[in-house]
Design a protein around this ligand. Structure first.
Ligand SMILES: Nc1nc2c(ncn2[C@@H]2O[C@H](COP(=O)(O)OP(=O)(O)OP(=O)(O)O)[C@@H](O)[C@H]2O)c(=O)[nH]1
Ligand SMILES: [Mg+2]
Length: 260
C-alpha cells in the first residue's frame, strides 16, 4: 500500500527554529531528545546543528516503549561515535537523575549552567524537565505541538533548563520516515490517514515474523468491539485506538530503527 505523503511544519515550528538560534548565545549544554523507538528517524539535523561547539547530550526517551536490547546497542553505537548518550523514561526518577548528573558534568566548571532541551514534537522533552524538577511545571500531553514557547526552568541555583517546542524538518524525506514518525506520535492525528501507517507497521512486523502482534486492523477492530451497527469493523475508530495502544506500549516494545 502506498502512503499519502505525511508532512507537518506549521508556522510555529519555523518561528521556534529562529527563536532557538537566537537564544543559543546563553546556552552551555544542548540536550537533544530522540525517541528510543526511532534513534535515527527522530533526529532533526537542523536541531543537531545548533549544538556547534557546546556540550551535547543525546537522550533516547520513552525507553520503556522500545526494545531494551536494541536500546543498549544504540547507546553503545552513539558512544562509539563520540556522543554522550543515555536512555531515559521521563517519569522515572532513577533515569532522569542519571541525566541530571550528565548535564552537571557537561557543564563542569561553570558556576551557573544553562541547558536547552530540544527534539521533535511529542518526544518527551517537557516530561524529562518535569522529571528533573520533580513537579509538573511544564505542560505535557499525549499529542504533538503542546509546548509553544521557549521557557527557562530553574532546577537549582546553578542550573537552568530551557523547554522548547518540538520541531520537525520542513520536509520529512522518505515514506519510511513519514510512517514511523506518524506511528510514534510526532505528527498530529488529523495530519495523516492512520490506516496506511498501521499497514506499513504491519508489513514491518511481518518482515520480522512477529505473529503475536495484531497487525490486521479489521481483526483488531472486531477484537476490541469497534464495530458499526451492522457488525462491520469501524476501521477509522479502530485505527485511533491502535495508535493509542501502540504509544502506551500495549502492543509490545518496538525499536523501528534497528541497530546492527
Ligand atoms: N511511555 C512513556 N511515555 C512518555 C515518556 N515521556 C513522555 N511520555 C508521554 O509522551 C507524551 C508527550 O510528552 P511531552 O513531555 O509533552 O512531549 P514534548 O516533547 O514536550 O512534546 P511537545 O511539547 O508537543 O513537542 C505525553 O503523553 C507523555 O506522558 C516516557 O518516557 N515513556
Ligand atoms: Mg513539550
Amino acid at each position: 500500500m502506498t502512503i499519502p505523503p505525511i508532512q507537518w511544519f506549521p508556522g510555529h515550528m519555523a518561528a521556534a527554529m529562529r527563536d532557538l538560534a537566537r537564544r543559543l548565545e546563553s546556552v552551555d549544554v544542548v540536550v537533544e531528545i530522540r525517541d528510543a523507538r526511532l534513534p535515527l528517524t527522530s533526529a532533526n539535523p537542523a536541531l543537531a546543528q545548533l549544538v556547534g561547539r557546546r556540550a551535547h547530550l543525546l537522550v533516547l526517551a520513552k525507553e520503556d516503549l522500545a526494545d531494551s536490547g536494541q536500546t543498549a546497542r544504540w547507546v553503545a553505537y552513539f558512544e562509539r561515535a563520540g556522543l554522550r548518550a543515555l536512555a531515559v523514561r521521563g517519569k522515572e526518577q532513577r533515569s532522569v537523575q542519571r541525566l541530571l548528573r550528565l548535564v552537571v558534568a557537561a557543564a563542569a566548571g561553570r558556576p551557573s549552567a544553562r541547558a536547552m532541551v530540544v527534539g521533535i514534537p511529542n518526544v518527551g522533552k517537557s516530561s524529562v524537565i518535569n522529571g528533573l524538577l520533580r513537579r509538573a511545571a511544564a505542560k505535557t500531553e499525549s499529542r504533538p505541538g503542546v509546548t509553544r514557547d521557549l521557557r527557562w526552568f530553574r532546577l537549582s541555583p546553578g542550573l537552568e533548563l530551557m523547554d522548547t517546542p518540538g520541531v520537525l524538518l520542513p520536509k520529512i524525506e522518505t515514506a519510511e520516515a513519514q510512517w514511523r514518525l506518524a506511528l510514534c506520535g510526532a505528527v498530529p492525528a488529523d495530519r495523516f490517514d492512520p490506516e496506511p501507517v498501521i499497514a506499513a507497521f504491519g508489513a514491518w512486523l511481518a518482515g520480522r515474523g512477529a505473529a503475536d502482534v495484531p497487525a490486521d486492523l479489521a481483526g483488531f477492530a472486531i477484537a476490541r468491539g469497534c464495530v458499526g451497527r451492522g457488525g462491520e469493523p469501524d476501521l477509522q475508530r479502530a485505527a485511533q485506538m491502535y495508535l493509542r495502544d501502540f504509544n502506551h506500549g500495549k502492543l509490545g516494545r518496538f525499536t523501528l530503527d534497528e541497530a546492527s
